[in-house]
Ligand binder design. Structure first.
Ligand code: NI
Length: 218
């Protein structure tokens, strides 16, 4: 089957799969990551087919959304009859994309994984990233903020996975770290603006929070 055809079929499948998703990992997240990978890949020496396939499939078996396995991705790649070596290549890219804790090294090994990781991380930043972060916090029944709970720099993936911290902490534990961990020039450039906006957002958040504290004590 033509490569373009495979990508389109995969997009259709993923779109129907993520139609009703309330945790910020809905079809439009996948779509944005897909389009962003195309944009970043234009300037990188990366194989576009593997980049696009990995972008489309990257959240299908994500640990945040399902028990940790790659069963749906494998089933889909079997269904469209991709050969074994293509399977492995796409799966390896997907495995390298995820953030696994502030102090866990997740530097990708291939140009394709560098592109998809940047695109996925960019969607966790800026105005859309903020919206997705609170959507995910709500999905997990987390508090928005608790002044008693300090952010933690997780040293292992399992500690990071077990965290139940308030959503604001996630900015310090992940989102504000991303701009310095971009792999590509294009990623770095876009990340800079989105980072600045998150800082501005947090500044306002804490100004408002502290104003309420003062009212309570006056
Ligand atoms: Ni994602």
């Amino acid at each position: 089957m033509e490569k373009e055809n495979l990508i389109q079929q995969t997009a259709d499948y993923v779109q129907s799969y993520f139609e009703q998703e309330g945790s910020g990992h809905d079809w439009w997240h996948i779509y944005r990551v897909w389009q962003m990978t195309r944009r970043i890949a234009m300037k990188e020496d990366a194989n576009l087919f593997f980049v696009e396939m990995a972008a489309l499939l990257h959240d299908l078996d994500d640990w945040k959304l399902t028990s940790h396995s790659n069963s749906k991705t494998v089933a889909w790649m079997n269904q469209i009859r991709l050969n074994e070596s293509d399977h492995t290549r796409i799966q390896t890219i997907i495995d390298e994309v995820s953030f696994k804790g502030a102090e866990v090294d997740t530097t990708p090994n291939s140009p394709e994984a560098r592109v998809v990781q940047d695109a996925d991380r960019l969607d966790a930043m800026g105005a859309i990233g903020i919206a997705r972060t609170f959507a995910y916090g709500g999905h997990k029944n987390r508090l928005i903020f608790d002044p008693e709970v300090q952010p933690q720099m997780h040293a292992s993936f399992s500690d990071y996975q077990k965290s139940t911290a308030p959503t604001i902490n996630h900015f310090y534990e992940k989102l504000l770290l991303l701009k310095d961990r971009m792999n590509t020039k294009t990623g770095q450039k876009i990340a800079k603006k989105r980072h600045q906006f998150m800082e501005l957002y947090l500044k306002h958040f804490f100004q408002e929070w502290n104003m309420n504290e003062q009212l309570l004590t006056s």
